[in-house]
Design a protein around this ligand. Structure first.
Ligand code: NI
Ligand code: MN
Length: 226
């Protein structure tokens, strides 16, 4: 699995040749000004909830790449009405069969409204399972006991957790979440983009390593392999 960070909570995950783009918020993010969204050619765009810092570039990228947009029913319908050609609406607990394996839509504790005020359904996370690697992308969420269900069903190689606090969980809850989903690797997201979610990187790394976890704080534009 190749994972490229595009800032905030946006990643391109390449799994067995299929490119999944998660929560694209790039062009409005000054920290990602060196990323040109027209270079991004995902096969699928996965959206966790309707907030603008997760959907801002979804339509533009879907339009130029022809990517299929996957989200909850309400958000998929909203994008369909905006003219996105391929949209798949699911709901929490559902699985989507993929060439590489499957994507399961799981619960997140947050809120969800679309940029024009339309109802965005319930916020979600995704488990992306392939033959070799399985990752959990938590979306914007608080810590929830539901994360224990993920460990019952999957062997999670790495978990993407928000660590910026204020709107989501912080590093300490991310460490607890990593214990609940039974993984030793945390990929941090939803930090440093705005003043309320700026973090002390050294302190976050210390919190993780003290708990026996590896914390990856990716650089925008860089690719990591897991
Ligand atoms: Ni949000
Ligand atoms: Mn957010």
């Amino acid at each position: 699995m190749n994972i490229t960070f595009y800032g905030h909570s946006c990643f391109m995950i390449e799994v067995d040749g299929t490119k999944l783009l998660l929560d694209p918020f790039i062009s409005p993010n000054p920290k990602a000004s060196h990323i040109n969204i027209s270079d991004l050619k995902p096969d699928y765009i996965l959206i966790t909830h309707g907030h603008v810092d997760h959907v801002a570039d979804a339509k533009t990228i879907a339009d130029h790449s022809g990517a299929t947009l996957v989200s909850n029913f309400e958000i998929a319908s909203w994008f369909e009405n905006k003219g996105v050609k391929e949209c798949i609406g699911m709901n929490t607990g559902g699985n989507l069969k993929m060439n590489f394996g499957r994507i399961k839509m799981v619960n997140a504790i947050h809120s969800s409204v679309l940029p024009d005020g339309a109802y965005g359904g319930n916020p979600v996370g995704f488990v992306i399972q392939s033959a070799n690697k399985t990752v959990y992308y938590a979306g914007d969420t608080a810590l929830t006991m539901d994360m224990k269900l993920i460990a019952e069903e999957f062997n999670i190689d790495a978990a993407f957790f928000p660590i910026g606090d204020h709107f989501t969980m912080n590093i300490d809850d991310a460490v607890r979440g990593a214990n609940m989903v039974n993984t030793s690797t945390i990929i941090g997201m939803h930090f440093d983009t705005f003043p309320p979610i700026e973090i002390d990187h050294q302190a976050a790394e210390t919190s993780a390593s003290t708990a026996g976890k590896k914390l990856i704080l990716p650089e925008i534009g860089n690719t990591i392999k897991i």
